[in-house]
Design a protein around this ligand. Sequence first.
Ligand code: M6R
Length: 607
Amino acid sequence: MCGIIGYIGNENAVPIILDGLKRLEYRGYDSSGIAVMNEDGFDVVKQKGRLSALEELVTRSSVKGFMGIGHTRWATHGEPSDINSHPHLGSQNKVAIVHNGIIENYRQIKERLEQKGIEFVSQTDSEVIAQLAEYYHAGDIVETVIRTANALEGSYALGIMCLDEPDKLIAIKKDNPLIIGVAEHGNFIASDVPAVLAHTNKVYYLNDKEIAILTKTGVEFYNMDREPIHKEPEIITWSLKSAEKGGYEHFMLKEIMEQPKVLKDTIQSAAGDGDNRRIIESLDISKFNRIVITACGSAYNAGMVGRYVFERLCRIPVEVELASEFRYKDPIVDYNTLVIIISQSGETADSIAAMREARRRGAVTLSIVNVIGSTIAKETDYTLYTMAGPEIAVATTKAFSAQLALLYILAVAFAKKLNRISDEEEGRLLSEIASLPDKAAEMLEKFDAIQKYAVTCVGCKSIFFIGRNIDYAIAMEGSLKLKEISYIHSEAYAGGELKHGTISLIEENTLVVAISCCEGLYEKIYSNVEQVISRGAKVLFIGNCIKAVPGEKLEIIELPKINEMFASSLSVIYLQLFSYYVAANKGLDIALIIESMHRTYEKQIFP
Ligand code: M6R
């Protein structure tokens, strides 16, 4: 996820673009840049780091112009650096672009262009767009954009300027958002409404493969056959503040809602033709006799889910270790061990220490990380990236889901390499995984039952989460999420463990959240549900194989059907929403609790 903005009009584009970028910073903040067009060509200022650094640089320069594009980046290809920052230019400096998305066939395009003598300067997938557009350009920019878009596979939202057409700003998109804003003094393209709301509330939403041609005085829309399209503008009624969160009250909720897209991107990158796939293919799993997964907090819980899936599919022993404990336990790892480090930020001090300890002992390390170029990503032997985009809320949601998706795909790939599953079985499992984004989207369209139930739980003093097998692993995540943001005491238990002591804490109206997606264990978990109800507990029973009927003490919420190995990806969505709505209705200053930026830096300083 990145943020893009463009302006053409009667005013100086520079301050307008900088202001728009500030409002898009939640979409990416590892580097940023702007390009404006003037009589001599393009002036480009871009650099690694937070937007404030770019602002300072631009203020010191004399950059000025009536048309420009800007970008705030969250790296997906090529680490954050000045050269990898956008905008990107073709090598003849004729075309400048900003891009949000992932170009899946960028390697092929790059190779083709390099064979024709075109020299690339960055490691990004985005530069190929500028280079290809310039290569195709024969005088008509709209034709160029159509040809370029036809050659691209993947997702994109693009802002394009061409020196030959100084009075046109061009936009096109596929599978990534782009809006067109229309103001008195000029016209805008942007990834999201907040970037333009200070100037106008009149916007057009671009559909896939629609082209917008903006001039100082108007905007025209075309399809890929160059036929004009009529579009109706929409009037935005949100305040600027709520618009930054896409209309959601908090970033946490926004990020929960982004999960179908994040799942889709992550699955595509690992099971389709993305960079993650190439890394998975290159790993020789046959040389390992054990897998150790190490991580902290939610990432550790993702590892717990992963362990069940790896062991079932690959029949390799898997241990999951808390990264904060790993280096103190004289861990048994050597060159026959694959150590998987999971981390959203890639900067958690304990996870870094665990990774270094594993390397010191000769283990092969593979990381599952969200932040490109982070310490863990750089220092491990193999790195898989979760395609979650920046996670602003302190409670992880979408990055956790992306971690699960990568673990599933890795487990299926290893099982296939080890001949534990047939081609047909591999195909069946991958298509189950591929169904996750749609099933997640379906759940996020109708979540009023969980929302309503959560509202009734705000007074709870203590909440227990139970499950068995994989459902126990995801119960741990449900419990962590709840205590983290609602400040309610909570424990997760394997259902069968309750009777060994903890059941004495279950009393009249204690809330127990039970999860049931492992069909073969349904009777077992149901018997735990009956036990706690008989002690007066009320139960929220979430699952996709539940046969019980709701009652005074028993609320049931159904999940879509899916292979039980992957069902945690669905149950966790309602567990996240449950925590969110309990916290949101508790009257705490939820914004302070559930949202905090700069978590990466905090963790480095306070390990
Ligand atoms: O950045 P990391 O994934 O390494 O962070 C690990 C934990 O601190 C993190 O998952 C934490 O538990 C979450 N904020 C919980 O929502």
